[in-house]
Ligand binder design. Structure first.
Ligand SMILES: [Zn+2]
Length: 150
């Protein structure tokens, strides 16, 4: 097996949680979009990759469904926090493409409290998501027909 596929195998073994980046500013997802159970509010240390090659960790309050092991994060909130961190540490990369890679343990996050962590160390310590899910909310579906805008 090549080194690369070995690394992928190892990463998958460490995979934790499912993830949903919520693009809807007005949807709090107090109920899980998958199982309709009540979501809880829980802090998670998110690991975020920002192009071209920056890794940040963020201890953030998220919505969490314990049934589905699903973490839900509001995109607008996340981007606001990322912009603030980047302005402080890496102003050049504000607005770059990013993706939320996974989570890390709180104790590991605490060691590198500045937010910025080295690529190698960060990857080694973080747990990739099992899968990233997307949910679509169809605007028409949320209104009784007679209230729908014409
Ligand atoms: Zn659920």
């Amino acid at each position: 097996m090549s080194d690369k596929s070995n690394n992928i195998q190892r990463a998958l073994k460490r995979a934790r949680h499912y993830f949903f980046l919520n693009p809807y500013e007005d949807m709090a997802f107090t109920r899980c979009p998958k199982c309709d159970g009540k979501t809880k509010i829980r802090k998670h240390c998110l690991v975020i990759h920002i192009d071209p090659k920056h890794l940040f960790s963020l201890n953030k309050i998220c919505r969490y469904c314990p049934n589905c092991d699903l973490i839900i994060v509001k995109q607008a909130e996340l981007e606001g926090l990322l912009a603030a961190i980047c302005e402080e540490y890496e102003p050049d990369i504000v607005g770059n493409e990013y993706f939320v890679f996974g989570t890390m343990d709180r104790k590991d996050w605490k060691e590198g409290q500045t937010g910025k962590i080295s690529q190698q160390e960060g990857i080694k310590r973080s747990y990739p998501f099992k899968e990233v899910w997307k949910f679509e909310v169809r605007p028409g579906g949320w209104y009784p027909a007679k209230q729908a805008r014409s």
